[in-house]
Design a binder for this molecule. Structure first.
Ligand code: NAD
Length: 271
């Protein structure tokens, strides 16, 4: 095995990627597969699961190491059933990526639709973190498995974005829970970290950043680019390095409770 395989290789490891049919989840799944892992992706619709699995199964060998399942990751019973299916097919998971999440609301605080507010908290904190973490970590603790969790934080975890009240609160919560869970699980050898993407075009933020009619950046899209020293949105491939680093117990064996910004300098922006 080469030096880099030793450090970053994930041969004989099994990963669950919740939200694995999303823009970021699919790229992270592809990275884990390329590093040798078996990957199960979880998503909300069968159509999205099938499309992502087809995209990832680029050879008969990789097709043997990838599958997917339709479920609601906000449901404990569905996540428990899905975990048992992973164990039956690939063995106990070693890696959990929580990539369910997103935002679909923006406006003045006083006009906030409280039902949407709760839905966004639920999407990012309950379906996007708590339920899969609770179920998978319970399995790891019971079976003394030194697993690794990677959550998806955001620029809003550090500084609020205007008008996205629930998303601001939820992603600040994801960073907080990443650190809190890292403390709680450290005695079990379980690491909990996060990747904080800057701005990447996903299914749920596209309409906020690109004008569908003209294909041009919206005013918000322009403001973000102006605030990003690299003056562009990120390409999802640029999340691969941080993902593989955090997933590897060799490369990141003493790393827990951190969030790595991959943001073209957005958080370092000055005037
Ligand atoms: N795209 C960005 O610029 C960006 C930036 C920072 C953070 N993030 C975060 O990264 C994560 C992934 O973002 P993305 O852009 O790939 O989003 P996406 O919308 O492309 O993917 C999210 C996936 O989660 C699935 N999903 C939603 N609810 C679910 C549920 N209850 N059960 C199962 N699956 C469910 C969706 O079907 C979708 O496939 C999110 O947490 C997002 O907040 C994204």
């Amino acid at each position: 095995m080469s030096y880099l395989d030793d450090l970053f290789g994930l041969q004989d490891q099994t990963a669950i990627v919740s939200g694995g049919a999303g823009v970021i989840g699919t790229m992270m799944s592809a990275a884990l597969l390329s590093a040798g892992a078996r990957v199960t992706l979880w998503s909300r619709t069968q159509e999205s699961v099938d499309a992502a699995v087809t995209k990832l199964a680029t050879s008969p060998e990789s097709a043997d190491r990838v599958d997917g399942r339709r479920l609601d990751t906000g449901s404990e019973t569905e996540v428990e059933t899905a975990l048992n299916k992973v164990i039956a097919r690939f063995g106990s998971p070693d890696i959990l990526i929580n990539a369910v999440g997103g935002n679909f609301s923006k406006g003045p605080l006083v006009e906030t639709d409280m039902e949407q507010f709760k839905q966004i908290l639920h999407l990012n904190l309950v379906a996007g973190l708590m339920v899969p973490t609770k179920v998978v970590a319970a399995h790891w603790i019971k079976n003394q498995i030194r697993g690794a969790i990677i959550n998806l934080t955001s620029m809003t975890s550090y500084n609020p974005l205007s008008g996205v009240w629930a998303y601001d609160a939820a992603k600040a919560g994801v960073l907080n829970l990443t650190m809190a869970a890292a403390n709680e699980f450290a005695p079990h050898g379980i690491r909990v970290n996060a990747v904080a993407p800057g701005f990447f075009l996903g299914k749920q933020n596209r309409a906020l950043l690109i004008d569908e009619k003209t294909g041009e950046h919206t005013a918000r899209g322009k403001a973000i680019i102006e605030h990003t020293p690299f003056r562009r949105f990120g390409q999802v491939e640029e999340l691969v390095g941080a993902t593989l680093f955090l997933a590897s117990n060799t490369a990141a064996g003493f790393v827990t409770g951190i969030s790595i910004p991959v943001d073209g300098g957005y958080l370092a922006h000055n005037i």
